[in-house]
Ligand binder design. Structure first.
Ligand code: TYD
Ligand code: MG
Length: 477
């Protein structure tokens, strides 16, 4: 069955030390290194445990696949394109991140920090799927929790005003028991909350252990493929990624979505990091309310503080535009420069290396005396800025705070900063400038090299084209 090769895996930390060791070289656990035969199936790597997992009723691995003629495959492809739709504003926001809907037989991992709202999100998805889909009528959806009792889930569903007759709740941590119990239900979708709480009999180690996590996921993948019932799987992951679970699962599952958000903010972002059925650069935006997550329909202004055009102006603020998936977001960067005996740099929401580079460029190329200045940088609303289009706004925010000169709040900044202080153009300039113009900004600072690509736009906005940071400072400060 498939290509089998032997490997050695530590049951405690998941390390693959290449040979047997009495003490794991990575985690120093004693007698935890075991031999596994590893098989490769359709791009995913699974671990086959000798006899334990091969129970008769469990859908089997790649062994039952046979070669198919191209004609048969083509016939099947029409079916592949069919997706289970998710109705309503909330459902459409989730469906967009999934790549247009839920693919039958897919295994989807929802990762995220504890408390971010994964159970809430999945209970809501289960709710709308069980409410019925237009002409198709209600369907059965099973929400299995190993974390909460069915009364607790019921209470939560009540608070969230989910009243779907097709929604079934079940509390169990035994994968065999779960798959056996739902057989008679033929549900449209199965939700498992969470992978860290379920276990498979016959696999050594308790729930959450790396081998349990791998084996349970492989069993759920086989179940999904054999029955065509999509399985939505929750996985806890911490910011530092030190819970091994979801990271190693990314290879096994079809789709990986992460729910992100800061404790102090009610906004939640659903981001696709792997998708066998669609693009991975879509982003869903939600707001956590008393009755669950609501889709944010127009998120362009989400990441701005109260400093909108027309309000009072403060030094150290600058606005940029980032593109994520098919949408644009305005983003505000805040900088605070303070002189003192000790110099500290505190950077939040941007890569520290990127910020250090821009600070150095401001000193070397634009002559700002920042050597003895403490600098604090923050991106409003806890958004992580990875788009270099924000470089210029970051530089402008630092200048504004250092020179104690508030920037007019109807100016936006778009551009990458190079090591020589030169401004470079970024992709989708036209889309970004259109977004700021629509939100009432009157001026937009862009790299000179981008000016030509913007000449065709007929917008009510002044384009200030600058070649380098010195030119920006001379024109605005
Ligand atoms: P939860 O879904 O339990 O998080 P996770 O499964 O990722 O650990 O949600 C946790 C938080 O969400 C909890 O602090 C309460 C809050 N919450 C709301 O604000 N509104 C709601 O309707 C619900 C159900 C939860
Ligand atoms: Mg939960």
């Amino acid at each position: 069955s498939g290509k089998a090769k032997v490997s050695w895996v530590c049951e405690s930390c998941g390390a693959t030390p290449g040979q047997w060791w009495g003490t794991c070289p990575s985690c120093q656990a004693v007698n935890t290194v075991r031999q596994f035969s590893e098989y490769e199936s359709r791009g995913s790597v699974g671990f086959e445990v000798s006899e334990a997992v091969t129970r008769s009723w469990l859908p089997q691995g790649p062994g039952d696949l046979v070669p198919q003629s191209l004609e048969e495959v083509k016939k099947g492809m029409n079916q592949l394109e069919w997706r289970i739709p998710l109705p309503g504003h909330f459902g459409m926001e989730v469906a967009r991140v999934l790549g247009g809907g839920l693919v039958p037989g897919s295994l989807v991992l929802f990762g995220g920090d504890p408390g971010v709202g994964k159970s809430t999100l999945l209970l809501q998805i289960a709710g709308i799927l069980a409410e019925g889909l237009g002409s198709e009528g209600p369907a059965r959806v099973i929400y299995v929790s190993g974390e909460e009792s069915i009364d607790q889930i019921g209470n939560r569903a009540d608070r969230m005003r989910i009243h779907a007759p097709g929604l079934y709740l079940y509390s169990s941590t035994d994968i065999e028991d779960i798959l056996e119990k739902i057989r008679g239900f033929s549900p449209r979708v199965l939700v498992i909350d969470s992978i860290q709480t379920v276990y498979l009999r016959g696999v050594t180690g308790s729930a959450g252990n790396i081998m349990q996590v791998k084996e349970c996921t492989s069993a759920l993948l086989r179940f999904a493929k054999q029955t065509s019932i999509p399985v939505l799987l929750i996985g806890h992951v911490t910011k530092t990624g030190d819970i091994a679970g979801p990271r190693i699962l990314e290879h096994i599952v079809d789709v990986v979505l992460y729910l992100e958000g800061e404790r102090c903010s009610s906004y939640r972002l659903l981001r696709s990091v792997k998708n066998r059925f669609g693009s991975t650069d879509e982003l869903g935006v939600f707001e956590m309310s008393e009755s669950g997550l609501q889709a944010v329909l127009n998120p362009s202004e989400l990441f701005l503080s109260e400093n909108h055009p027309g309000s009072e102006v403060l030094a150290g603020l600058a606005v940029s535009v980032i593109v994520d998936g098919s949408r644009t977001f305005l983003l505000e960067i805040q900088a605070l420069c303070a002189s003192g005996s000790t110099v500290v740099r505190h950077i939040n929401g941007i890569s520290a290396n990127r910020a250090d580079m821009i600070i150095s460029v401001l000193m070397r190329q634009a002559g700002l005396k920042l050597e003895n200045t403490s600098i604090f940088i923050n991106v409003v609303s806890g958004f992580k800025l990875t788009d270099t289009a924000g470089d210029l706004a970051l530089a402008a925010a630092i200048c504004s705070s250092f020179l104690e000169f508030p920037l007019p709040n109807d100016v936006a900044f778009i551009g990458e900063v190079g090591l020589g202080g030169e401004l470079r153009t970024v992709p989708r300039m036209d889309k970004r400038v259109t977004a700021v113009a629509k939100l009432g900004y009157k001026k937009c600072v862009v790299p000179t090299s981008a000016e030509k690509s913007l000449s065709g736009l007929h917008l009510d906005i002044d384009i200030l084209a600058c070649g380098n940071l010195t030119a920006v400072i001379n024109r605005l400060f």
